[in-house]
Structure formats: C-alpha cells, structure tokens
Design a protein around this ligand. Structure first.
Ligand code: ADP
Ligand code: MG
Length: 313
C-alpha cells in the first residue's frame, strides 16, 4: 500500500495547567491516515482540537503521546525530513508590514535553506494570483491577498503536503470562493491538501474525505459521499412477538441488524422513505410488531451540533 501523506496514531495532547487554568486534555488518542493526493477535511466545532493537531504536525506544539509521520517521516526521529515535507498555513495572519510579498517568500525560502537558484518566488506569486503585487508593502494588501500570500509562503520549499488551518474563517463569500478555487488548483497540481474547518458546507464542497473531531476525539472518518449519506439515515427499532431467525431484507432498508432475540434495528434513508413505510414492509413480511422506537443516526446529531456551532461562530 502507498505510504499515507500523513499518518497519526493515538495522538494525545494534555496542555499543562497554567495559573488558574486547569490541565486541558485537547487530544484524546486520535488516529487516522491522510491518503496521498487528496483534499482531506478535518471538521470540528471551535475548541475540538484541530489547531492543536495541526500545530503538533508543524512542530509548534509538543504532543504528550502517540506518533505522527509526514510523508513517511516520523516527526520525532526524522523531524528534519518531516518538516521539509509539509507546509503550514496558520490560522492567524501575521506579516512584517514592511516586507513586500516577494521579500516575504525569499526570506521564508532562506529559512528553509532553499538555494537561490532553486527559488521560485515569482512563480509562486503567480500561482496565488499576486504577481502584480510582488513589490507592494505587505501592509497595503487586502485581507484576501494576505491569506493568499500565506499560502505561497507555505509552499516555498515545495512540500508534497500543505495544511491550511481554517483558511476561510471570518472571510466574505467572494474571498471564500477564491480560496476554494486556489485550494482545488493546488491539489490538481499534485499537492495533498489538509484543511481544517468548522463549516460542514466547506468540507462537503472541497474535500474527498472528511474526518470529524469533537472534544479531542475522532468521531468519523469517511469519503465525503459516504459521510453525507450517513447524515440522511434514520433508525427504527422494532420489537416482534416472536424470536427472529434471519433479518428481513428489502431494498428500502440500508441495513438491518438483530440487536436482541426479539428486536431489530432497521436503518433507512430519510430522503427515500419514512418510518411508517418501513413498518408496513416489516408487517407485510408476516412479522408482528409489538413495540417501536425511532432514533436519528448518531452522525446526524453530530451534524446538527456542528452546523449549529458553525452558525453561532
Ligand atoms: P480548534 O482549533 O478545533 O478550535 P484548539 O486545538 O485550538 O481547537 O483547542 C482545543 C482545546 O485546547 C480548547 O479547549 C482550547 O481552549 C485548548 N487549548 C488550545 N491551546 C491551548 C494552550 N496553549 N493552553 C491551554 N489550552 C489550550
Ligand atoms: Mg483552530
């Protein structure tokens, strides 16, 4: 199997207590792989632990447990190669206002030891649509231009993986669109992209695969299409008057599981059918229902809580 672009196993972070603030268990044993070549979304509400995870990969936060590889290089034992394999676009925009975009990129290339002949500052500025601003002071750039410059800055050492931490938090609709296009262009050019977001819609639109993190724990990790389908599932639990041999099957049932001697859990797509029809189908199979409860699929609760926290933000 191909080496994953990023491989995380049982990643833990406990922030030590400081002053009156107690210790904070920000990552509680997170494991997942980011496949090469994808746009991978790390979705979660504010405070979920996204930036902590990204900052561990960037070498800015010390993990307290677990392992992480970037492009096959362990961030502890092979930190030099790991660092070279990743470009990080931080959540906060910070620049020295007196450097020009061209100088910002040249300085960053210097930091990474990219030899002068191998630098491609102008090409990168072109890629993020800032070529005409190469000589302007950073302080004169608009918010959107600054964010694009940050992306170019993360690419100076030509890493195969780039990570964007909440690239569109607090930006207007037009700029969000521009940044989405840029992310797609980079990915089409062969760069593996990881982005964190608390917007479900953004992850849906851009990402091939989505992992959801909440309170420092991974609660889902699936191809986007499957995840979205799960969000439309509902479950009906039926108790029958007889012992169940085999689970009844029907195209309207996504899944049917025996959860007790007399009890079945049937999962269905709320866009295509409803609980009433599911029960009629069960009865039509000659089964007598003595009790019924329904519940939402777990993930739907997650989606609801995520979308509502995104709206609140
Ligand atoms: P996200 O990026 O998903 O919003 P963070 O990783 O920033 O989440 O934060 C996860 C949790 O860790 C939050 O409860 C936050 O308050 C806490 N946290 C983040 N940074 C620190 C820090 N430097 N010291 C103590 N707690 C922190
Ligand atoms: Mg964050």
């Amino acid at each position: 199997m191909e080496t994953p672009a990023i491989r995380i196993r049982d990643l833990q972070k406990v922030y030590a207590p400081a002053g009156s603030a107690p210790a904070k268990h920000a990552l509680k044993g997170v494991s997942f792989d980011v496949p090469q070549g994808q746009i991978f979304g790390l979705l979660g509400p504010n405070g979920a632990g996204k930036s902590t995870l990204i900052n561990i990969l960037a070498g800015l936060v010390m993990k307290t447990g677990g392992t992480a590889d970037i492009w096959g290089f362990d961030i502890d034992s092979d930190s030099r190669n790991a660092k070279r394999s990743i470009g990080i676009v931080p959540q906060e925009v910070v620049f020295d206002p007196f450097f020009t975009p061209f100088e910002v990129l040249e300085n960053q290339a210097g930091l990474y030891g990219v030899p002068k002949a191998a630098r491609r500052s102008m090409e990168l500025l072109g890629q993020v649509h800032l070529a005409d601003k190469h000589n302007a002071y950073a302080r004169t750039l608009s918010g959107g231009m600054k964010r694009r410059l940050l992306i170019a800055k993360a690419l100076v050492h030509m890493p195969p993986v780039i990570v964007l931490d909440e690239p569109t938090a607090g930006v207007d609709v037009e700029l969000r669109r521009q940044l989405w296009d840029l992310v797609s262009e980079l990915n089409a050019g062969g760069v593996t992209v990881v982005l964190t977001t608390h917007y479900l819609e953004e992850a849906e639109e851009l990402c091939d695969r989505i992992a959801i993190i909440n309170h420092g724990q991974l609660i889902a990790n699936k191809p986007t299409r499957e995840l979205i389908a799960m969000g439309r599932e509902k479950v009906v639990v039926v108790t029958l008057d007889q012992e169940i041999g085999q689970c009844p099957e029907h195209p309207a049932f996504h899944k049917c599981e025996k959860v007790g001697e007399h009890t079945l859990e049937i999962t269905y797509d709320m866009d295509r059918t409803n609980a009433g029809e599911v029960l009629s189908l069960v009865q039509a199979m000659g089964l007598n229902i003595v009790d019924v409860t329904t519940r939402e699929a777990d993930l739907e609760d997650v989606f609801v809580s995520l979308t509502s926290s995104a709206q609140a933000a």
